[in-house]
Design a binder for this molecule. Sequence first.
Ligand code: ARG
Length: 373
Amino acid sequence: MSVNIEEALEFITKSYTELGIDTAGLEKRVNEVQQEIMQTGTYSHTLEELAIGAKMAWRNSNRCVGRLFWDRIQVVDAREARSVPEICETLFGHINKATNGGQIRPFITIFQPGSSGPRIWNHQLIRYAGYRSEQGIIGDPASVSFTEVCEGLGWRGTRTEFDILPLVIQENALATPTVIEIPPELVLEVPITHPDFPSIAELGLRWYAVPIISEMKLEIGGITYQAVPFNGWYMETEISARNFADEGRYNKLTAVAEKIGLNTKRPDSLWKDRALVELSVAVLESYHKAKVQIVDHHTAARQFGQFEANEQAAGREVTGEWAWLIPPVSPATTHIFHQRYPNKVVKPNFFYQDAPFERTEIIPVKRGGCPLH
Ligand code: ARG
């Protein structure tokens, strides 16, 4: 299928205007892109186009409260990485440079677009496994089906509550997936303790430093990049109020409440609310203590306010998805709660795509460590 010429030219025009490139430069590139699409059915982005496209996609991500920093993401052009060893070296490099010893840097790595480019099967590059067992689920329930895929491909987890999943990578749409352990020294994790309630440490909770979403596709000017792992840093409520608290995730609120001596028999003791707040304090303090970057929801909301002001000054409308932008803890204490945002989809943007592993039954199994490690 050929690239939509209007979409391509709309992107080139918009981005070149934003970049302050003159009319002559714009016209030259428009002609070039038209030619290339007419001759080959597609076109290839320059480095500059790739970078501004990825940044615009972040800026247009309606669910993201962290968009103030859209202009500061580092874009890695990995369109030449073809073999599994090259792809996995690139991914390890992303994890390492983004983690940066705890001073997290936003990164996006962009692989070759189209069906001859790679697919990453993981939801995030770093995430915990989840296993069905007689005693219920061990680990992260959100990872159960993907963990089963990994085990179907020959991987075997140790069955702790926090096993790091391997990477599952396909060289291209038709290739056999390869399972690769992430070298443990690349994975920074934070043990969760509480400054006033030492008993919280007895829960043995921990979380990884860097959320690197790897399942979404990126659309820039009619080109679809299906392997584009990207990261920012965490807002504490993502971990405390969702990953640890949701009944369909680690479901730890009762355990936390018991550790800090709350009456869990009566809803009107507000034990859930108090547990949520103390767990949020614990996550923030633990990340601070480990010198791993994290933002609290009040600061993040203020930063989003600055983003809104910047966008208005630039003459752009701020689109957003209210239900995702408000924090799950004390939402009405932030200005976001009291405002409405148009949930319009503007491109470039990130989109969900079908998980490739629904097809595992028909794919023959190849097993291997990373050939370079
Ligand atoms: N909410 C997801 C998680 O808890 C991460 C999503 C991206 N978050 C971010 N701060 N960039 O793992």
